[in-house]
Structures are given as structure tokens and as C-alpha cells.
Design a protein around this ligand. Structure first.
Ligand SMILES: *[C@@H]1O[C@H](CO)[C@@H](O)[C@H](O)[C@H]1NC(C)=O
Ligand SMILES: *[C@@H]1O[C@H](CO)[C@@H](O)[C@H](O)[C@H]1NC(C)=O
Ligand SMILES: *[C@@H]1O[C@H](CO)[C@@H](O)[C@H](O)[C@H]1NC(C)=O
Ligand SMILES: *[C@@H]1O[C@H](CO)[C@@H](O)[C@H](O)[C@H]1NC(C)=O
Length: 214
């Protein structure tokens, strides 16, 4: 069949009128069709506002203070950070300079008394036993080297261990923050097991940590 232009336009016109008449008879359906997405959008806006107001409280924000001990100040002036936060607020703070922790060996549970040696066995395998013996003896320094002006970095050159299990994140290393002592491992157990405590800082807060020989 060959369509000539006039018959095409007549047909299109007729189809359009038919559709319009059909849609006019279904006004309610059309209104419902248009309103449904609008209602969903309004619901989403309401839900967003509700959630925002529920979470817009100090417990769900990083803690802040005003500079110079003032009571009130503009939001832009406020100093925010972990050091100004309660425990529950701290998780919402950004950490511009995460602390660097020295590596720790995972030790089995050891109970070290203050003045007693605290043996710990480490196994190794090797093809050349005497060679491996030399290597393993050099793995542990004979005395801890600690530089008091940069304790954390200098501790990394010792062999340290902890009983605590690793945490879900590395911001707080449980070996240091969970109250367990940090052990420094040596080839020869010392006669007495004296330790030392050293301070370390996380975001301006100073903590104390005990270290023991093992
Ligand atoms: C460890 O030895 C020191 C010095 O001899 C002593 O003062 C301390 O009480 C001892 N600690 C324990 C738990 O025996
Ligand atoms: C094992 O290591 C020692 C020490 O390095 C070396 O003198 C010796 O030749 C080695 N033995 C073998 C069989 O490789
Ligand atoms: C200790 O650390 C400081 C700062 O990193 C450095 O200047 C100093 O030389 C170190 N001292 C020793 C004995 O390594
Ligand atoms: C413990 O041992 C260290 C050396 O390892 C020594 O300097 C210190 O005097 C000893 N302390 C006691 C109480 O024996």
C-alpha cells in the first residue's frame, strides 16, 4: 500500500483526537498518575527533614569549643576535634593527622610479673639451621633503644608485641589503647623484669603506656 501525505496527516489527526477523547474520559487516572511521584517526593522530603532534625544534636557531631573560652561564637569560628569531644562524639570527628603506631607482634596470653623473667618461645624453620640461628638472634636487639624525644618512632626499631587482638580500624591501636602492656622482646630474658612507661599523644590528648621486657 502506498501512503500519500494527505492520508497520513488525516490519519494522524484522527488518532490524536481519539487519544485526547480517551484521556479526557480518564481524568482521574491521569491525575493519579501525575500525583503519585509528587506524593513520593513530598514523603522523601519529610523523611529527610525528620532524620536531619533527629541527628542534628550534639551527640551526633564532633565536639567543638569557641576560641578564647568564649561561651558563644559563630559556627565558622568554632574549633572542632577529638580533643574537644566526648567519647560518643569522637567517632564523628575528622582526623587530619592519624597517629602512627609502631608494628606489634601478636603474642599469646603471657602473664609477666614485675621482677621475673617472662619467657616466650618463637619457632622458626630453616634449611640451614646454623644460618637461621644467626638470623633469628639478630632479629631482637639486646637492649631496647628508645629516643625520649621521639618515642613512637624509636620504638619501631625494637621488636614489640602485645596480647591484644587487632581492632576494626587502625586509628586506635588496641595494643596501646586497651590497657595491656606492650612487651619488647629480647633474645635473652633479663634477670629482673622492670618496665617503663612512656607518654604518647593522639590529637593533642596525652596517654600513658607501660612497656615490659619479654
Ligand atoms: C621489684 O623489685 C623492686 C626493686 O628491688 C622492688 O622495689 C619491687 O617491690 C619489686 N616488685 C615486685 C612486684 O616484687
Ligand atoms: C649454613 O650457614 C652457615 C653460616 O652462614 C655456613 O657457614 C654454611 O656453609 C651453611 N651450610 C650450607 C650447607 O649451606
Ligand atoms: C632523637 O630524636 C630526635 C628527633 O627525631 C633527633 O634529633 C635526635 O638526634 C635523636 N637522638 C638519638 C640519640 O638518636
Ligand atoms: C634490673 O636489671 C637492670 C639491667 O637489666 C639493672 O640495671 C637493674 O639494677 C636491675 N634492678 C634490680 C632491682 O635488680
Amino acid at each position: 500500500m502506498v501512503l500519500n501525505p494527505s492520508s497520513f496527516w488525516i490519519q494522524a489527526n484522527a488518532l490524536l483526537r481519539k487519544s485526547l477523547t480517551f484521556q479526557k474520559r480518564n481524568v482521574k487516572t491521569n491525575i493519579r498518575l501525575i500525583l503519585l511521584p509528587l506524593i513520593l517526593c513530598v514523603l522523601l522530603v519529610l523523611l529527610q527533614n525528620f532524620i536531619d532534625t533527629q541527628y542534628n544534636t550534639p551527640e551526633f557531631k564532633c565536639g567543638c569549643v569557641c576560641p578564647n573560652n568564649r561561651k558563644n561564637c559563630d559556627d565558622s569560628e568554632k574549633l572542632c576535634g577529638v580533643q574537644y569531644s566526648e567519647d560518643t562524639q569522637a567517632v564523628f570527628c575528622k582526623i587530619p593527622n592519624p597517629p602512627q603506631w609502631p608494628p606489634l607482634l601478636q603474642l599469646p596470653y603471657v602473664y609477666c610479673k614485675q621482677n621475673e623473667s617472662c619467657p616466650f618461645n618463637m619457632l622458626f624453620t630453616a634449611e640451614n639451621q646454623s644460618f637461621a640461628q644467626i638470623v633469628s638472634e639478630n632479629m631482637f636487639p639486646s637492649a631496647p633503644t628508645v629516643n625520649s624525644s621521639d618515642i613512637m618512632t624509636s620504638l619501631a626499631s625494637n621488636v614489640l608485641g602485645s596480647e591484644s587482638s587487632p581492632g576494626a580500624n587502625s586509628f586506635l591501636e588496641p595494643g596501646f589503647t586497651s590497657g595491656f602492656p606492650v612487651y619488647y622482646l629480647q633474645t635473652q630474658c633479663p634477670q629482673n623484669n622492670s618496665g617503663f612507661t612512656f607518654p604518647y599523644q593522639i590529637e593533642g590528648k596525652t596517654f600513658k603506656q607501660a612497656a615490659w621486657k619479654s
